[in-house]
Ligand binder design. Structure first.
Ligand code: ADP
Ligand code: TYD
Length: 207
């Protein structure tokens, strides 16, 4: 498991943060050094960018400007948090990574896939070893996300059609890349967590 990079993806409210936290706890209980982090954010500079992109009106930024902002945040996160942790041999668990940009900026508001992929190749260039996609019906996800509503609602405010496109996009991405494991998020957290830990441990054995 040493030096492994695991990301969690899914629509808003799918239960990623809950499951990322639980996996981090389970792996540290097994004696591993774990760094639990998140995007946008995960380093001081990236957390500042987080506020810019998640708060305010839905039309505050175009999809193109968002690609630049999320990628800038990711570059700082990679330099300051992810690379040093992997170099120490820690397991890095990130609540979202580049697949979120591929989906939320790349396909939900027109096809910007090429732009996202080019900028990723130029500025980031790494993928997780394992990506856990927590799959959930978008109406259920929005209901959960709205129930805990705070200031960071810019993407939730884009609505059900937006989250529906995002869910389909994530499932399609998962089909095309071996690093994905798709886990049904419409169950009690304990059952979801069991599958998540199973996927993380199976991935490590296969290496
Ligand atoms: P995400 O990070 O994907 O937005 P969270 O883990 O923050 O999701 O969960 C969103 C909300 O749904 C939280 O209030 C959380 O307590 C709740 N929640 C998480 N997992 C489940 C689950 N399996 N079933 C029901 N509610 C859940
Ligand atoms: P997150 O804090 O994971 O929110 P949630 O817990 O509601 O899923 O992510 C905040 C929002 O940022 C989420 O709506 C998705 C969006 N996002 C992008 O649009 N592009 C990105 O590259 C990332 C990392 C997040």
């Amino acid at each position: 498991m040493a030096g492994r990079f695991i990301s969690f993806e899914g629509i808003d409210g799918s239960g990623k943060s809950t499951q990322a936290r639980r996996l981090a706890q389970a792996l540290s209980d097994l004696g591993h050094s774990v760094v639990l982090t998140r995007e946008p954010g995960g380093s001081a500079g990236a957390e500042e960018i987080r506020r810019l992109v998640l708060e305010g009106e839905t039309d505050r930024w175009s999809a193109e400007t968002e690609i630049l902002l999320f990628t800038a945040a990711r570059r700082d996160h990679l330099e300051k948090t992810i690379r040093p942790a992997l170099a120490r041999g820690d397991i890095v668990i990130s609540d979202r990574f580049a697949d979120s940009t591929r989906i939320f900026q790349g396909i939900t508001r027109g096809d910007l896939t090429q732009t996202v992929d080019s900028l990723h190749a130029l500025m980031i260039g790494v993928e997780p070893d394992l990506t856990i996609l927590i799959d959930l019906d978008p109406a259920e996800g929005l209901a959960r996300a709205t129930a805990r509503a705070g200031k960071e609602m810019r993407f939730e405010d884009m609505g059900l059609a937006f989250q529906t496109l995002a869910r389909a996009g994530f499932l399609d991405l998962a089909k095309r890349h071996d690093r994905f494991r798709v886990i049904d998020g419409a169950r009690i957290p304990d059952l979801v967590a069991e599958d998540v830990l199973g996927a993380a441990l199976a991935g490590a054995m296969a290496r």
